[in-house]
Design a protein around this ligand. Structure first.
Ligand SMILES: Cc1cc2nc3c(=O)[nH]c(=O)nc-3n(C[C@H](O)[C@H](O)[C@H](O)COP(=O)(O)OP(=O)(O)OC[C@H]3O[C@@H](n4cnc5c(N)ncnc54)[C@H](O)[C@@H]3O)c2cc1C
Length: 335
């Protein structure tokens, strides 16, 4: 097996004002699996499966990065009465999955002003995407996997398999190819006659240092979601806040300001916090198809991309799908 990715030689890290990060490094790693609003269909099945697999993944990957953790729970704030009712129904249906509702009074200790209460999900939460990738790299290092730190320029049919052309002009032949290059996936597939356009949706995120308040994170969930923004305690006096959802590739000031003020509802301690890190990244959103794109396009040609806003959450289920398709492919061709 061989992995081609020009990012393989770069360390898995963010520096202040990073703008050239891959989606996973830019992400916050929030896992909103059990709070998904639908209860049927592929999206729900993938989320449930990922949430089942995450604890096993973390146990295995801890061997490489011991402080990798599944940080739980996740608490979602209801913005209006209709959402409160929806949360109430969802908690009723998913008690066994660890969903419960919280009243405004119960939320008051950590998030005053949440007058419609919220939804607490015991098993949803977060995984640190940097530690996750570091552990995956170390795990791959123990397997017989070739690592090529060059971009793939083209994939073409060759005999019964696939020829992969590197930007440097070299090529390698494979029995099966999995394309998971985010926005670049469309470019690689187009010459093969597979039209899978994706639109970039930029996200900005912040690491904040609180100036004048000693917030006791012990009472906080791993992730608090309000108005679609995630607030993630990140050690004493520190918080991650993200992410904006901005169609296109340019980071704008307005969505960032709206996020920082939570549409004018942020508490003073949050408004007055200092930005110590600010970064952005692109999400690949499939055009006119639901995310993610998990498709076996031709024998030995797989697409696993377009995860849009949930690529970290869906990583285990997507990986399981890829493994099953590859095994099936090998079985039917008798290789
Ligand atoms: C700000 C932000 C916050 C987010 N927060 C969350 C969150 O909380 N939870 C969540 O689940 N998701 C979140 N996401 C979404 C999530 O990050 C993505 O869905 C996911 O990371 C996509 O993973 P990927 O592997 O498909 O793409 P990427 O992580 O972007 O990786 C694509 C890889 O392909 C490589 N590549 C590109 N072109 C080529 C080529 N020609 N040849 C070889 N390799 C190539 C790149 O170098 C890169 O390493 C967030 C995204 C952003 C931007």
């Amino acid at each position: 097996m061989t992995i081609f990715d020009p990012g393989l030689t770069q360390p898995v890290s963010r520096t202040n004002s990073s703008t050239d990060l891959n989606g996973t490094t830019a992400s916050l790693g929030v896992l909103m699996g059990h709070v998904f609003r639908r209860s049927s269909g592929r999206g729900w099945r993938l989320r449930r499966r990922s949430m089942e697999l995450w604890p096993h993944w973390i146990t295995k990957l801890r061997r490489f990065v011991p402080d990798l953790a599944l940080q739980t729970p996740l608490l979602q704030v209801a913005g209006d009465e209709a959402t409160r009712v929806r949360f109430h129904d969802l908690a009723g249906q998913r008690q066994q999955l660890g969903l419960t509702t919280l009243s405004a009074a119960e939320l008051n200790g950590i998030w005053p002003g949440a007058e419609h209460g919220g939804l607490r999900s015991e098993q949803d939460g977060r995984v640190d995407p940097l530690k996750l990738q570091q552990s995956l790299r170390l795990a791959v290092g123990e397997l017989q996997v070739g690592l090529v730190a060059e971009p793939v320029e083209a994939v073409e049919r060759h005999n019964a398999g696939w020829r992969v052309w590197r930007a440097g002009g070299q090529h390698d032949d494979f029995f099966a190819v999995v394309i998971c290059a985010a926005m670049a996936s469309s470019t690689l597939l187009a010459p093969l006659g597979h039209d899978r356009p994706m639109a970039p949706v930029l996200g900005q995120a912040l690491r904040l240092e609180l100036n004048n308040a000693a917030i006791d994170w012990h009472h906080w969930p791993a992730v608090l979601v309000d108005q679609g923004f995630n607030l993630i305690p990140d050690g004493p006096g520190r918080l991650l806040l993200g992410a904006t959802v901005e169609p296109g590739t340019e980071a704008a000031e307005d969505p960032l300001a709206l996020m920082r003020s939570l549409h004018d509802q942020a508490p003073d301690w949050l408004r007055s916090a200092t930005v110590v890190e600010h970064w952005s990244g692109l999400r690949a959103r499939p055009v006119e198809r639901p995310a993610p794109l998990l498709e076996h396009l031709e024998p030995g040609l797989l697409l696993a991309s377009g995860h849009y806003r949930n690529g970290v959450l869906l990583m285990p289920a997507s990986a399981e799908w890829i493994a099953a398709e590859l095994n099936h492919n090998l079985l039917i061709t008798g290789a």
